[in-house]
Structure formats: structure tokens, C-alpha cells
Design a binder for this molecule. Structure first.
Ligand code: FAD
Length: 469
């Protein structure tokens, strides 16, 4: 019977669970992607992620055609488009890779119901994680909400069964593809603009993902120390590719483990692997506790009274636009606004600044990041924001408050990162650049600090008192 593989956040034609299993049924196998209008409706015309998806689909379609398959691309509401397409193709089943985003789960349930009504089925596969939401649980069968025990259990499982990261091949089964011509509407037809992704250092598609990983491998050994410095290109920049599945998580983990076995991963190998485990940790948290999308993971933190009103709105706008008067915070926000990327250290610093220096609800910052980040992913973004706000599982304690000046002195000591985005501060010495208000005379074109950190810190400790009651 015909099978339809519906691509979503898995835009590659190799090591792909749903495609692998569909082809093994013998075919004919059709492939489709839907530009889903309920998602697109929320996005600006120049959204980089839509341009990234579009370019990645071009490569995916070409690769499928090389294997005698093709890619059907539709524009509409996936909840109706997919059941209709399955009908047109007379597909007995639609194969997809599982997504833990609550909105995606609801969408998939609607699609499954419509398919069932027509005598078809939706089959879900694990693909974007090494260990699925219910594969790493406590001895009592409960989700693990503290990272270290989760990571230890995760690593133990993988050590016991390295087959978990074995490739799920596509090409050897290519005879099962249904031949045909791909259809990919131009971005303008979808209501979006072309975006110069190269200008922000992004190469889309499987080629871009493979190149980013190649580029990173020599940096793996020193990753443990280099990863904290935003002026150093010390991290993989693979988050965007992991988000859209232009790399395979199995391939990444397998490669790092092989390097480690050969003694070539240095100390950094284990540290980087732990970051990939954080990603899966937050994914299973989102699955088991979907209320975190709106509420604090620890409910008592929803008692906190955040700053609201016109003054708070002005502070929020200053944070968004990078004019808080704290150079590291501002340079980071400018990096986000101009490139769609922000270094992890800076995500922590800017998130902490919004919540604990400005007293603004973490949900407002989370929504801003969601709009701007190329690699935006609900699970990691929510996890990161709740970590910074101390309301999350395994978050930093509420009395730990980043000092934006000492963070700057520590992680951008000579101001190289700051100067990239704030050239007006170039003439300041390495000592002055972290706190320009201490420099002799005003710096033209740079604002005075919008809050005083010491006072803000005291207010925050007061604000968080409610969580102790
Ligand atoms: P590397 O350091 O090379 O790490 C490798 C991979 O591990 C990353 O690509 C990512 O998939 C994963 N990873 C690393 N750190 C984390 C983490 N703390 N939590 C979960 N996964 C992690 N990451 C996103 O992918 N999307 C988001 O929307 C997102 N929002 C964040 C918001 C805040 C407030 C914070 C503090 C962190 C957020 N992160 C998010 C996590 C992290 O900052 C990025 O994954 C990382 O900066 C991406 O750069 P990289 O690919 O070079 O990472």
C-alpha cells in the first residue's frame, strides 16, 4: 500500500526514521512538506526561519529526486492538507517523526482522527532525540526533573545499547520511492521575502549542517573552556540545524562517541554531549509537564508580582532594543536582533537581566526570543527562561543573581564582543568598557544605565520572598 512521509522538523534525506521505515514497507513512498498557515500567520515577512526552511527544502527535493523520489510541497492548514493529500495518493498510512511541542501534538491528533475516519493511519517514529520522552524514567517510572540523574540514566542507556544511535538508512531502500516531479512554490508565493542567510553566517540545508559540524570537530576538545566566551567561535552553532533536522542527532552523538573512544574528543567531548542531553531533558519536560508553556514549573513562582505598566513597558523596550546602558546586555541583544543568534552565555545574562534587574515577567522575554531566535525551540527556550527566572526544574536558585558587569569582565574581558556590536564604545579601555558610566565624560551615542544593579538586586530578593512562604 502507498505510504506518505510527512516532513516537518526533519528536513534531510539520510538517517531519517520515518523515511527509513516507510521505504522498508516496499513502497511506493511519497514525500511531502506543508507550509502550515496557522504557523506562518504569526511570522514577519522577512522571517529567517522560513527562508531557511525554503532553502533546505530545495536541497531535500533535489536529494530525493536523485534517489528517484520527489517532494510534494503544499501551502495550507496541515490539519486538512495532509488527510486530503493522503486521499489523493491513496496512502494507507502517513509516517511522521514525533514532535513534543503541545501544539504539534494537538495538530497530529487532529490529523490522525481525520485519517482514521478514512481508514488510514498516522504512524509516529522517534527521530529528533536519542531517547524518547518515556525511555529515561526514575525507578518508580516517573519523569526525571533533575538534570544530573537524567543525564546519568541517559548515558547509561546509550552505553548499554549503542544501537540507539545506529543510522536509519534511506538510500539502500531507494527503489521504494514513488517517482515524480517536486513542487516547491517560491517564497514570494508563500508571502515571504528572500533573506540573505549567508550575511548572518547561516548555510541552510544538509550541506550547511554537515559543514557546521565539520567546522566544529577541531573545536570539540577545547569546547569545555572555549564555550563560555562570546567573542570566541567555540560552540557548534548547530542548534538551528538540530531544530530543523538538517543534521541527524544520531550521527552527531555517534561521531562524538567514536572520537572519544579513540581518545580524540579531549575533555570537551563529554561536555558537549551533556549539552545535547540538556536538549533532550527539556524536550521530555515539555512532554510530561506541558503546563510549563504558560506557567512556572514550580507553581509557587507564579505568585511573584512582576513589574507592569508604562514604565515597565519602556524598560522592556530598552532591553529588546539593546539600550539598557549595560554593554554586554546591549551587545547581546543587538546580536540577536541583527543575526538571529545569541551565544548561550549571553542568553543567560540577558534573561537574568530582564527578570532579576528589570523585574519583568520571564514570559515576555521568552516570547521575544521566540520571535527572534533562528534556532527557536519551545522546549529549550522555555527551559532556559525558567532556569534564569529560577522557576524551572533544576533552575538556578532565586538568590543567585548575575551581575551584568562582572559577567562582562569575566567572559568578554577585553571587550572584543561588545565592540563588534557597539563600535561607539571602541575608544574605551578594557577596564572601562564593562561599565562606561565610570569612564571620564559621557560616551556619545550610548545611554546611561536604566537601572542600578545593586538596588535592582535588593528589589528582586524582596520580590522573590513569596516563594519561601
Ligand atoms: P553548542 O554549545 O554547540 O551546544 C550543542 C547543542 O546542544 C546546541 O545546538 C543545542 O541543541 C544543545 N544545547 C546547548 N545548550 C543547551 C541548553 N542550555 N538547553 C538545551 N539545549 C542546549 N536553544 C535552542 O536550541 N533553542 C532555543 O530557543 C533556546 N533558547 C534559549 C533561551 C535561554 C534563555 C537560554 C539560557 C538558552 C536557550 N537555548 C536555546 C540553549 C542554548 O543557548 C543554545 O542551544 C545554544 O546557544 C546554541 O548554540 P550552539 O548550537 O553553538 O550550542
Amino acid at each position: 500500500k502507498n505510504v506518505l512521509v510527512w516532513f516537518r522538523r526533519d528536513l534531510r534525506a539520510f538517517d531519517h526514521a520515518a523515511l527509513h521505515h516507510a521505504l522498508q514497507c516496499g513502497g511506493p513512498v511519497y514525500c511531502a512538506f506543508v507550509f502550515d498557515t496557522p504557523i506562518l500567520a504569526e511570522l514577519p515577512r522577512d522571517d529567517r526561519r522560513v527562508a531557511f526552511i525554503h532553502a533546505s527544502l530545495m536541497e531535500l527535493a533535489a536529494d530525493l529526486e536523485q534517489m528517484n523520489g520527489h517532494l510534494i510541497v503544499r501551502h495550507g492548514d496541515a490539519r486538512t492538507v495532509i488527510p486530503a493529500l493522503a486521499g489523493e495518493l491513496d496512502a494507507g498510512a502517513v509516517y511522521v517523526n514525533e514532535d513534543y511541542d503541545p501544539a504539534a501534538i494537538a495538530r497530529d491528533e487532529t490529523v490522525a482522527t481525520a485519517l482514521r475516519a478514512a481508514g488510514r493511519e498516522l504512524r509516529l517514529f522517534k527521530d529528533q532525540v536519542v531517547l524518547a520522552k518515556d525511555e529515561v524514567l526514575s525507578q518508580a517510572g516517573k519523569p526525571l526533573t533533575v538534570f544530573t540523574p537524567y543525564k546519568n540514566a541517559w548515558l547509561k542507556k546509550l552505553n548499554l545499547d549503542p544501537g540507539l544511535v545506529a543510522p536509519l538508512h534511506v538510500e539502500p531502500h531507494a527503489a521504494a520511492f514513488a517517482p515524480g516531479r517536486s513542487t516547491l512554490p517560491a517564497l514570494a508565493r508563500l508571502g515571504f521575502d528572500e533573506v540573505d542567510l549567508a550575511a548572518v553566517g547561516v548555510t541552510p540545508g544538509m550541506t550547511g549542517g554537515a559543514a557546521a559540524f565539520e567546522d566544529f570537530l577541531p573545536k570539540l576538545a577545547p569546547y569545555g573552556t572555549a564555550r563560555d566566551f562570546p567573542a570566541v567561535h567555540g560552540t557548534s552553532q548547530l542548534s538551528l540545524h538540530l531544530r530543523f533536522g538538517t543534521v541527524s542527532i544520531r550521527h552527531l552523538v555517534r561521531t562524538v562517541r567514536e572520537l572519544a573512544e579513540r581518545g580524540q574528543a579531549g575533555d570537551g567531548g563529554a561536555v558537549w554531549l551533556a549539552e545535547l542531553v540538556w536538549r533532550e531533558f527539556y524536550q521530555q519536560i515539555l512532554f510530561h509537564f506541558p503546563y510549563v508553556v504558560r506557567s512556572a514549573f514550580k507553581p509557587v513562582y507564579d505568585r511573584i508580582e512582576w513589574e507592569t505598566g508604562p514604565e515597565a513597558d519602556e524598560l522592556f523596550a530598552a532591553w529588546c532594543e539593546g539600550r539598557t546602558g549595560y554593554p554586554l546586555v546591549d551587545a547581546a541583544m543587538l546580536q540577536l536582533n541583527r543575526t538571529g543568534f545569541m551565544h548561550n552565555r549571553l542568553r543567560m545574562v540577558t534573561a537574568s537581566f530582564l527578570v532579576k534587574d528589570l523585574g519583568i515577567d520571564w514570559r515576555r522575554g521568552e516570547a521575544y526570543f521566540a520571535l527572534k531566535l533562528n534556532d527557536y525551540e519551545l522546549a529549550s527556550n522555555n527551559g532556559g527562561w525558567q532556569w534564569a527566572a529560577s522557576s524551572g526544574c533544576d533552575a538556578q536558585p532565586f538568590f543567585r543573581i548575575f551581575n551584568p558587569v562582572t559577567q562582562s569582565q569575566k567572559f568578554d574581558a577585553d571587550g572584543t564582543f561588545i565592540k563588534t556590536f557597539l563600535p561607539q564604545l571602541s575608544r574605551l579601555s578594557a577596564k572601562e568598557i564593562h561599565a562606561p558610566w565610570l569612564a571620564a565624560g559621557k560616551v556619545p551615542g550610548y545611554p546611561a544605565p536604566i537601572v542600578q544593579h545593586d538596588l535592582a538586586r535588593a528589589r528582586t530578593l524582596q520580590r522573590y520572598e513569596v516563594v519561601k512562604k
